[in-house]
Ligand binder design. Structure first.
Ligand SMILES: Cc1cc2nc3c(=O)[nH]c(=O)nc-3n(C[C@H](O)[C@H](O)[C@H](O)COP(=O)(O)OP(=O)(O)OC[C@H]3O[C@@H](n4cnc5c(N)ncnc54)[C@H](O)[C@@H]3O)c2cc1C
Length: 405
């Protein structure tokens, strides 16, 4: 391969790390910049963690899957519940995808474990220079390179030269703002409360992943491997609810008691409150600067699509950058990256997550009944259920993107 400057990747979240590994494993040098220092890297709040079959295939491509499986829970099934009646509406089993994928299940493995394992791999790779405690600040680009200005924790500034700059900085991407790219969409007028609790929800009939519809307080319930073995419950809260009051230990206990309808004290491991946005950047590329993952699109966590679709961006982009740097493709491939992945962000991730939330919070009894009947019918018919799973497991979005020239 001809000599070229490294690709500068800003952000060692799951997306930046997957991109760096996918590039380096195809002989492209990477400079990976992460604002957090090593000693705080694993202190981040709990976030995504349901890894869909299509994403597991990508993790496997870079050797990451084998490191994650022992740290996660294999979850072939997920269930929809009606909290008002306590009835399980529908169960979907990824076993129906056994001829579509080597991974007919979701791996419940939290973001923090993914970045811990992927960072160790990145540090061990001779073509990846990992710079922790280094914050990306700004850039300049010319026709053949990008200059990224970064600062160290001690305040020292430095300029790094790259062939391309990829912002994997998450939702607050400095590069996106510097490029003046609009982050189109909206923010929900409510916040989500996550409670993590060491308690066995299976004794109430729940499986590893559950979506619970309720016009008053819908929720999601997910199981994570310990220690301690624990579950995360999401609850909607009003935007003006006082954070201190919501997260007080007695309030968390009361919410869990109310959710399960039992009187007991729970062993709460933690909680956090966050605002949910549905936004997609108007452009994913300007010249040699590209946006990927949360820097390019954000969405509600219902359906677990943020991290998954971000990782799909990373692999799509890595393949194109490799071919361009090898001289096998021209830069118009990067416009195709934008066309393909922006289409997925708008038509799949945004549309599906907005639908998922509507389904769970629906208030009109007739619409609820209709929705639940449709879910039941879909789950009971293996052909319809497989089609449904191909969509929720994001295979459909990958196949559709492939058709985009
Ligand atoms: C509170 C919260 C809860 C969430 N819960 C869920 C969930 O339950 N399910 C779900 O599917 N999704 C959830 N998400 C979304 C999911 O976590 C993201 O879609 C996913 O992490 C995106 O990965 P990423 O690598 O693009 O960005 P991030 O994971 O945000 O990683 C960005 C990285 O870039 C670094 N960085 C940022 N700015 C700079 C800079 N200027 N210079 C250098 N480094 C920088 C950050 O420190 C971080 O390491 C949640 C998000 C939040 C914020």
């Amino acid at each position: 391969m001809a000599r070229f400057d490294p690709v500068v990747v800003a952000g060692a979240g799951p997306v930046g790390l997957c991109l760096a590994l996918a590039l380096a494993q195809q002989d492209v040098a990477v400079t990976l910049i992460e604002a957090l220092a090593d000693d705080h890297f694993l202190d981040q709040v709990p976030r995504a963690g349901s890894n869909h079959p299509s994403t597991l295939e990508f993790f496997d491509r870079i050797g990451l899957y084998d490191r994650l499986e022992p740290r996660g829970i294999i979850a072939p099934k997920f269930r929809y519940w009606d909290r008002q009646t306590g009835e399980m509406i529908a169960e979907f089993d990824h076993a129906l995808l056994k001829n579509d994928t080597r991974f007919p299940y979701v791996l419940q493995c939290e973001r923090i474990k993914i970045i811990e394992e992927a960072l160790a791999m990145a540090k061990a790779h001779p073509l990846i220079e990992v710079r922790m405690a280094t914050e990306f600040q700004s850039f300049e680009q010319s026709s053949d390179s990008v200059l990224a200005r970064v600062t160290s924790a001690a305040g020292h500034s430095e300029t790094l030269r790259g062939s391309y700059l990829v912002s994997a900085e998450g939702a607050r991407s400095v590069a996106r703002k510097d490029l003046g790219i609009e982050f189109e969409g909206f923010t929900y007028p409510e916040r989500t409360l996550n409670i993590e609790v060491a308690y066995d929800f299976k004794r109430h009939g729940y499986t590893e992943r559950n979506y619970i519809s309720d016009p008053v307080e819908y929720s999601n319930l997910f199981h994570w491997k310990g220690p301690p073995d624990r579950w995360r419950v999401h609850f909607p809260t009003a935007i003006d609810d006082d954070e201190a009051a919501l997260t007080r230990p007695q309030a968390l206990q009361a919410r869990l008691r109310n959710f399960l309808g039992i009187e007991r004290d729970f062993d709460i491991c933690g909680c956090n409150l966050y605002t949910v946005h549905q936004r997609v950047a108007k452009k994913f590329r300007i010249g040699r600067v590209l946006l990927t993952g949360d820097a390019a699109h954000v969405n509600s966590p219902i359906g677990g699509m943020g991290l998954n679709s971000g990782v799909h961006d990373a692999f799509n982009l890595a393949d194109k950058l490799v071919r361009i740097l090898r001289g096998e493709a021209d830069e118009s491939e990067l416009d195709r990256y934008e066309r393909q992945r922006r289409h997925v962000a708008v038509k799949h991730t945004q549309a599906q997550t907005i639908r998922n939330k509507r389904l769970l919070e629906e208030r009109d009894p007739a619409v609820r009944r209709r929705n639940h009947d449709e879910l039941r019918r879909t789950a009971e018919d293996p052909m319809l259920a497989r089609k449904f799973l191909l969509r929720t497991a994001l295979f459909e979005s990958l196949r559709e993107a492939e058709q985009i020239a």
